[in-house]
Design a protein around this ligand. Structure first.
Ligand SMILES: [Zn+2]
Length: 378
């Protein structure tokens, strides 16, 4: 059985609502339809689509509700708010996008709100791999095996909340992880990576509400000060859904990526880190035009390996691609055309001495364990 992949960060609702992308179709079909379009120019070529999830054995995605305050994104962006009332309306539209995916296409996508849902999603994937007809060799029996892909919802940037208590409503709607801040926003709850602030009084209240509801805390986009504070104090489960290792990047002052100190503390708390293959997060000097600065999957494996070396085991690293969330192909390692190619990472990890069980954990098993620990039982 090929390892199951869990991707801990995809802005599907943002991308679907901003660029009218349909994630039931193949990424390659989306690219064809978007040829020369504004979407492809601004957001890169799509890496994602249901057929690619099947081919790549991507069983589960942590999918975001992502909106930002007007003025922090480009003028043409649509998922932006001016007031908490507007934020509420946009979140509702994004939640309904996921609910509609499940309602209209239950064989393709299902929301995963509980451990019971998680077991139900994983069972068929664990029984047999997904196969699409194009995958079958001409001499083989053409057959199709497909499975629904699980979606667990993450609120990325909670600053549009009217009050921390409002999270209860979003929990009821299926949100299971929350990242309080986003880089370009202010510091209402805690400091983002472009600010110096720590947790505010209201931010501490937010953590109390989150712990009471059993929500997991995503520390991605927090500055060093806020992340360390939260790791020490938050009572619930902790993760960094999409962040790489700062010490492997040249700009060591960029708090968007995790210091060794944060990684060690997060590991002590049982946290999982999703690394991203975004080319600029692997090689800060990467550019579309310059072939000399290509990235490859070995660069991504180095970030996974660094986390494993600090942890002393292979139980705290995973994937959080952020594909289609502001960039796409070609800003990825050259071996990747779509998400279906992430399996090629297995070879790089094996070369570094990881066992098949460890590779299974790193491609998805660690996120599955994390969700088993952090989701409500039903
Ligand atoms: Zn993000």
């Amino acid at each position: 059985m090929p390892p199951l992949i869990v991707d801990a960060h995809e802005d599907l609702a943002y991308s679907a609502l901003t660029f009218q992308r349909d994630y039931l179709r193949s990424a390659l079909e989306t690219r064809r339809l978007e040829e020369g379009s504004f979407a492809a120019q601004e957001n890169g070529h799509s890496m994602l689509g249901w057929p690619e999830y099947q081919r790549g054995q991507v069983a589960l995605v942590i999918a975001t509700l992502f909106i930002a305050e007007r003025g922090t994104l480009a003028d043409w962006e649509t998922q932006v708010y001016r007031s908490p009332a507007e934020a509420h309306r946009l979140w509702q539209i994004q939640v309904e996008y996921y609910q509609r995916l499940e309602g209209d296409s239950p064989d393709q996508f299902r929301l995963v709100r509980s451990r019971a849902d998680l077991q139900q999603i994983l069972a068929p994937w664990r029984e047999q791999p997904a196969v699409l007809p194009e995958d079958t060799s001409p001499e083989g029996e053409p057959h199709t095996v497909t499975h629904p892909v699980g979606l667990t919802l993450l609120m990325e940037n909670a600053e549009g909340l009217r009050a921390p208590g409002e999270l209860e409503e979003w929990f009821e709607q299926g949100v299971r992880l929350v990242g309080p801040v986003w880089a370009k926003n202010g510091a209402r709850f805690c400091g983002g990576t472009r600010t110096q602030e720590g947790f505010t009084r209201e931010g501490q209240e937010l953590l109390e509400v989150m712990a009471g509801l059993g929500l997991a805390l995503d520390i991605a986009h927090m500055n060093e000060r806020s992340a360390l504070w939260a790791i020490d104090r938050y009572e619930g489960a902790l993760a960094a859904t999409h962040a790489n290792c700062r010490s492997l990047l040249r700009r060591t002052d960029d708090e968007r990526h995790l210091s060794d100190r944060i990684i060690r503390r997060l590991v002590e708390r049982g946290g999982v880190i999703g690394v991203s293959p975004y080319a600029r997060w692997l090689r800060p000097d990467w550019s579309k035009e310059d072939d000399a600065n290509k990235t490859d999957l070995n660069h991504l494996a180095a970030h996974i390996d660094h986390i494993c070396q600090l942890a002393g085991d292979a139980r705290h690293a995973g994937l959080g691609t952020d594909f289609d969330g502001g960039w796409g192909w070609p800003a990825v390692p050259h071996e990747l055309d779509t998400i279906a190619d992430l399996h090629k990472l297995s070879g790089c990890l094996a070369e570094r001495g990881y066992s098949p069980d460890e590779i299974t954990a790193l491609l998805g098993g660690n996120w599955i364990d994390f969700l088993e620990r952090s989701l409500p039982s039903r």
